[in-house]
Design a protein around this ligand. Structure first.
Ligand code: AMP
Length: 594
């Protein structure tokens, strides 16, 4: 079917008047100072994310409003009001303080989407500690790497995750002094209490005081640590500060169009930045009710949640949308969700077909938006009141100045491109509050992200004559699989640990559902030969160490991997060969490898 290139919007026809109806005027009038003033702040100019997100609503008399509705298979939904969330996070802050943890110290949380994770994140922030939620599908290796990089003093996790992914590696986690365990079903069936060297979190919470005076953190005190991946080297710890809440507040208003009566569902896991910024902070800042589902994707379950929970604003990801598309429209037709009024998506390119599918099958077009771990919050977005050009990420939000730049490879000189439709690197003018303030222990890498007052995103894009931005690709080799950013180096390192592997090169292979699939190439050490058993062994080795979300799905063997003369594996060439694409410039390729 021929579809027009623009989905026209008419604000008057929307069931709720959007928060942003005049793009130019709102941008012109917007200032981050005003946005910040809309949040209360603590006496003396202090700012604490958790106070703004939770206690502020209690102080304003909205304590009985439901903050979270936690869903889990075969369980009655668990509701936490803002007042209860305030009390529980106070208790958690007291637990940490009782263990001698104070401001600036690092707390890691490794858990599924369960209430304790949310309480722990907010309680840690109240104490002024720095919190880092880890993805529970990571294997022991990525977990240990991140905790060690962040010098975590406390780890909160569940009994089963602890036994599977931490216990045997505990000796490597030298900075971790306290492990607080959330007993799960397996523990309930055991007897004898928490394993040696751990505390039972529920027991500590039960005796902790319910009152806690929130620490008066400064706006630029470190609050959150999110790990992200680059092409080379270890993961990078992006440092975010309490002031990031101002971006979460403004973008929650404009890009997600949150209104106080909304029921909001962000499907992202807090182990990734979207699940923290928009699965915890932004909806709480707006005092809305958030639905949190602890289960993995299941089309029927998701439609049932939209219906039963009366979700009004839904923030999800292209992979999930493509999985719903694959299942077909019949299942959708069995559910009714008339309350749903706005759908947004982030994390990877959203194909125009998916936007149209939303309009035709879901009943609402999908609004793509763009941001990254480093930006801490949504920067470019399609908004409810404005036309959508399917395939475009939308336009910069109020307070965000974006541009397209060319970088001269030789001199490093930067030119801002004003001509529409020209490709270049996407850059943002620094100054928005949730901009990352450092890569932990890696000042040089941080500095390289900036040129004057421009932050260079590492994404290639173009802007059209109407100011809409279009994603073109990544300037580096990182892989986006099911919306998760995966560093090829981390995967290659684990493959290299196997006795048979001489070299490893990892690429993202295009996949119609998950965007990119992790594919590895290895060459073998002398004395080993490639066969099915070894392939399976390597797949199993990687899966055990890295976890299912990161491990390669395919492994092939080559006699040798293509390298540059300086010895770097040419992942781009591996990818071009895999996909049968032109090999491009191979002048730097090692002799004999062509
Ligand atoms: P992360 O830091 O894991 O959130 O990944 C950020 C990266 O995901 C961006 O730099 C982009 O490469 C990609 N990304 C995020 N949102 C979009 C989008 N709407 N369209 C295309 N790519 C996106």
């Amino acid at each position: 079917m021929q579809r027009p290139a623009v989905i026209r919007k008419s604000p008057a026809e929307l069931p709720v008047t959007p928060n942003l109806t005049d793009y130019e005027a709102t941008r012109a009038a917007f200032s981050w100072e005003t946005a910040r003033a809309e949040l209360g702040g603590l006496p003396g100019g202090a700012l604490n994310i958790a106070w703004e997100a939770v206690d502020r609503h209690v102080a304003a008399g909205r304590g009985s409003h439901v903050a979270f509705r936690f869903l889990a298979r075969d369980r009655v939904p668990l509701e936490l009001s803002y007042a209860e969330l305030a009390r529980q996070s106070n208790r958690f802050a007291n637990v940490l303080r009782g263990l001698g943890i104070g401001r600036g110290e690092r707390v890691f949380v490794l858990a599924g989407r369960i209430p304790e994770l949310y309480v722990a994140v907010l309680g840690s922030l109240k104490l002024g500690a720095v919190v880092s939620p880890l993805f529970s599908a990571f294997g022991p290796e990525p977990i240990a790497t991140r905790i060690n990089l962040g010098a975590g003093r406390v780890l909160i996790t569940t009994g089963s995750l602890y036994r599977r992914k931490v216990e045997r590696w505990r000796a490597q986690l030298s900075s971790v002094e306290h492990v607080l365990l959330i007993a799960d079903e397996q523990d309930e069936q055991r007897s004898g209490g928490a394993p040696a060297g751990t505390h039972d979190l529920h027991a500590l919470m039960a005796v902790a005081a319910e009152e806690f005076e929130v620490e008066r953190t400064a706006a630029d005190d470190m609050a959150l640590l999110h790990f992200t991946s680059g092409t080379t080297g270890a993961p990078k710890g992006a440092v975010h500060v309490h002031e990031a809440a101002v971006t979460h507040w403004a973008t929650g208003r404009y890009a997600l169009d949150l209104h106080a009566a909304d029921v909001f569902w962000c499907t992202a896991d807090p182990g990734w930045v979207t699940g923290t910024s928009y699965g915890i902070i932004a909806p709480l800042l707006h005092g809305v009710t958030s639905v949190v589902d602890s289960e993995e994707f299941d089309a029927e379950r998701w439609y049932a949640i939209l219906e039963a929970q009366q979700v009004s604003v839904w923030y999800t990801a292209p992979t999930a949308i493509r999985m719903l598309m694959k299942i077909g429209p019949d299942l959708r037709a069995a559910y009714r969700f008339p309350d749903l009024r706005f759908v947004a998506s982030v994390g990877e390119p959203l194909n125009p077909e998916a936007v149209w599918w939303g309009a035709e099958v879901l009943g609402l077009p999908i609004h793509d938006n763009w941001w990254q771990t480093e930006t801490g919050g949504i920067m470019i977005a399609n908004l409810p009141a404005f036309d959508i050009k399917p395939g475009s990420m939308g336009r910069p939000l109020p307070g965000v100045e974006a541009c397209i730049v060319h970088r001269d490879e030789q001199t490093g000189a930067l030119t801002v491109i004003d001509t529409p439709d020209e490709e270049g690197e996407l850059a943002l003018r620094r100054g928005w509050p949730s901009m990352f303030r450092a890569y932990l222990h890696n000042e040089e890498r941080y500095r390289k992200c900036f040129a004057g007052d421009l932050y260079l995103t590492g994404d290639l894009a173009r802007r059209d004559a109407d100011g809409y931005y279009w994603f073109v690709g990544r300037a580096d080799d990182v892989i986006k699989s099911a919306g998760h950013l995966i560093g090829p180096f981390e995967v290659e390192s684990v493959l290299m640990e196997h006795g048979a592997v001489a070299e490893a090169g990892v690429i993202g292979k295009p996949d119609p559902v998950v965007g990119e699939m992790v594919k590895a190439f290895v060459s073998l050490k002398r004395g080993y030969s490639w066969n099915e058993a070894l392939r399976k062994e390597l797949l199993g080795h990687a899966r055990k160490k890295l976890g299912a979300a990161v491990a390669p799905k395919e492994i092939d063997c080559l006699p040798a991997l293509p390298r540059t003369r300086s010895g770097k594996i040419m992942r781009r060439l591996l990818k071009a060969r895999e996909l049968g694409l032109p090999e491009g410039d191979t002048s730097t390729l090692e002799e004999g490898a062509k």
